[in-house]
Design a protein around this ligand. Structure first.
Ligand SMILES: Cc1cc2nc3c(=O)[nH]c(=O)nc-3n(C[C@H](O)[C@H](O)[C@H](O)COP(=O)(O)OP(=O)(O)OC[C@H]3O[C@@H](n4cnc5c(N)ncnc54)[C@H](O)[C@@H]3O)c2cc1C
Length: 354
């Protein structure tokens, strides 16, 4: 059995982001790291998008970034300009290639398919493998996206559509999300915020085809890439153990009201790297207790009043775009929080605190 100073369980976004951050900061010159990952190959499997409110290591993996976005609902369309924080989309295929090329140069880092080849007794463990449980009762953001290519130039590549609620809601919260990478190429996602027990919502292909043909009025297209996933809108128990901390989704890095996780993972990797010499005595990195509190109220409102959510989202974005983006990216100050809270229907939110 082999022994390592550090073990990362799961070489996905969080595991590889941490390994990369440790490596470029030369924390693995005299320390060893094992990464346990069971996938057979690395290829593009996700498209990570976020407002760039902090620096990260993966600007060169960005497919495209935008300074303008829109939100649509049956009440109309709202266009928002945002020069301060571009919205970036990272190609996971480019991310995996960049990280693997860098870390494979260090002989102190080794990959394993399973944990049984390792003796973990004296290692510090960073775990990104979420525990499986009966989570059907909880809320998830679940979706399918397809990247389509059209023979003609159709898309306005200067502006992306964050949410289009003008679609079938089926007593849940449902929207389409369109990222135009070029005039003839876009990622289009159908996204639901709901429990996972209603399988009737999973006819994603039908939803996408209907939206593309009837709403976007695109008749001819080919599908170049597709992705499907479900992001938990609840936190796993995140207790600190003596020799183990959870990272990534398993470590509570998802913003519950939005599903955004990627940039929080980058911040968590930097925090761990800065504290790696005394990691056993370091507090767990948290995205902010106030956001957990506010997001839980938001999700309660959403569970009890799905029909009101399109208007609530639309109103939220009527605050200054810089403020909303900082709030949704957990970088807002108390005054910015207040200006968002004041845009919400107050009694509805107060009722849902309890
Ligand atoms: C399709 C999709 C799109 C997303 N888009 C966005 C986005 O646009 N913006 C955003 O901020 N967030 C997004 N997210 C949320 C989040 O950023 C991603 O899920 C991100 O990949 C989370 O990183 P992670 O390391 O926690 O999990 P993962 O990246 O899933 O990594 C976990 C790793 O563990 C491995 N593994 C699992 N079980 C085992 C086992 N038993 N043994 C060994 N290895 C194992 C898996 O193969 C995987 O590589 C998206 C999620 C999905 C699913």
């Amino acid at each position: 059995m082999k022994e390592f100073d550090f073990v990362i369980l799961g070489g996905g976004c969080a595991g590889l982001s941490l390994a990369y951050e440790l490596e470029i900061n030369k924390k693995l010159k005299d320390k060893t790291l094992a990464i346990v990952e069971n996938r057979d190959e690395y290829k593009r499997d996700k498209t990570w998008s976020f407002w760039k409110v902090t620096d990260h290591n993966f600007d060169d993996c960005v497919i495209k970034s935008w300074n303008n976005f829109s939100i649509n609902s049956k009440f109309g369309s709202h266009e928002i300009e945002n020069k301060d924080y571009p919205y970036q989309t990272v190609d996971s295929g480019l991310f995996y290639k960049k990280v693997l090329t860098q870390i494979k140069q260090n002989k102190n880092i080794q990959f394993f398919k399973t944990i049984d080849q390792l003796n973990l007794n004296n290692s510090f463990i960073f775990n990104s493998i979420a525990t499986k449980g009966n989570h059907e009762v909880n809320f998830w953001q679940h979706f399918k996206g397809i990247e389509i290519e059209t023979p003609k130039n159709i898309f306005d590549e200067e502006i992306f559509n964050l949410m289009d609620f003008d679609c079938d809601q089926r007593n849940n919260v449902h929207f389409f999300y369109t990222l135009p990478f070029a005039k003839n190429r876009a990622l289009i996602e159908t996204t639901w915020i709901s429990k996972m027990d209603d399988k009737s919502l999973n006819d994603y292909d039908f939803q996408l085809e209907k939206y593309i043909k009837e709403t976007l009025k695109i008749k001819n297209y080919k599908i170049n890439y597709q992705e499907e996933g479900a992001i938990p809108l609840f936190y796993p128990l995140n207790q600190k153990e003596n020799n183990k901390i959870n990272i990534g989704t398993a470590g509570g890095m998802t913003r519950l009201s939005t599903g955004y996780t990627f940039l929080n993972i980058q911040d968590q990797s930097k925090y761990i790297t800065n504290n790696i010499e005394k990691i056993q005595d370091t507090k767990i990195y948290h995205i902010g207790k106030k956001y957990t509190f506010l997001d839980n109220i938001f999700l309660n409102v959403l569970k009890n009043n799905p029909d009101r959510m399109p208007k609530i989202f639309l109103n939220m974005f009527k605050a200054s775009s810089k403020t909303v983006i900082k709030f949704l990216s957990n970088k807002s100050n108390i005054f910015e929080d207040l200006s968002i809270i004041l845009k919400m229907p107050k009694w509805l939110f107060i009722k849902n605190i309890f």
